[in-house]
Design a protein around this ligand. Sequence first.
Ligand SMILES: Nc1nc2c(ncn2[C@@H]2O[C@H](COP(=O)(O)OP(=O)(O)OP(=O)(O)O)[C@@H](O)[C@H]2O)c(=O)[nH]1
Ligand SMILES: [Mg+2]
Length: 390
Amino acid sequence: MSDLDGNSSAPAGDAFGQTQTLKKVKKQKVLLMGKSGSGKSSMRSIIFSNFLARDTRRRGATIDIDLSHVKFLGNLTLNLWDCGGQEAFMENYLSQQRAHVFSNVGVLIYVFDIESRGDVERDLATYVNIISALVQYSREAKVFVLVHKMDLIQPAMREAVFDQRVALVRRKTAEAVSIVRKQKPDASAHPQSPPFPSTQIPDVDLDMQLFATSIWDQSLYKAWASIIHDLVPNLAVIETQLASLGVAIDADEILLFERTSFLVVSKWSSREGERNPYGDRFERMSNILKSWKHTCSKFTGTPRNAEQFSDFEYKMGPNFAMFATKFTTNTYILVCMPPGEARFNSAKLNVAAARPWFRFLDGPPVPMSSSSQMLAGGGYGSEAAGGSES
Ligand SMILES: Nc1nc2c(ncn2[C@@H]2O[C@H](COP(=O)(O)OP(=O)(O)OP(=O)(O)O)[C@@H](O)[C@H]2O)c(=O)[nH]1
Ligand SMILES: [Mg+2]
């Protein structure tokens, strides 16, 4: 089976012997836009190319569009369009390249530099033009607005500054959408959509989320994990299987990370885990494990993109225990649980035994009988490129 975007699906068995339809391949066009210097390329290189935040100071401005294909898990490819934000380029995207840039977009990420004093009006005007073009050519696209460089705002002021910007952006978005609503529908702008009668107004209510971000803390991971979350194929299957594993090993919490970006793909919490008062613990773990990976690379002399650790254990006396371990080719898994040596060791063995049920994360589904044989043979698939920019 395949749809218009070249995405395809196939039936496959799950951990519990049921047949589910697993999507094989999904490609998503992701536009990264915003004014020059707002921090687009910096965040992209930190999340997907293992840059440190301080390395980004040396980055030059992006010329025109920097197109990269990010393989995220085995079955999701992000076609990331990092669009240089200098005015001449922006004008060009909105005029000559309009159809080329704004057609078939799955996600638009618009980055506002919160520190761009004086330029706010101009930035907002550009944003309105971008939203209008997006709605014209890809009215189903999701929009993520990142209010970025929040580290430059005094901590006590951050919430108020963010709320103020959110209100402004929401108002401008509504304005942009209403302008498009008033325009005569142009069926040629949506070659894949059925043409609508000229009296019928297309539904252009935007699916939009806003985040306060900075490359200097975990907020970047929260925003990008949300962006990725809805794009990951087979999420329901992942969630069900993670929950079954969590219950089987009596864990408090399980996190599944993509191996290069360390973004949280999925998570499960027990009732006890849900009582944890630290709401930002998931993105904090992404940040901590990625920093630890960088430290490993520094002390072992291996390249930052190479695999650096297979196992990380932490036992906090009578409070809790956790381990993070290489799981499938494209993922790491983190398990947090009550203390106890026997429980800990048995959980590690069970996580290893559960690997075949998550093989679909690495690519096209394989029949469960053949993946079980692989486990019996001691091998676990071949290492494939995944989760990194090309
Ligand atoms: N303080 C602070 N600086 C940041 C942050 N993110 C990026 N920067 C800095 O902003 C500068 C510009 O970043 P870029 O990523 O090149 O900006 P860009 O949006 O790609 O710019 P163009 O390619 O010209 O469109 C760099 O010096 C970064 O180090 C942030 O969260 N906080
Ligand atoms: Mg750039």
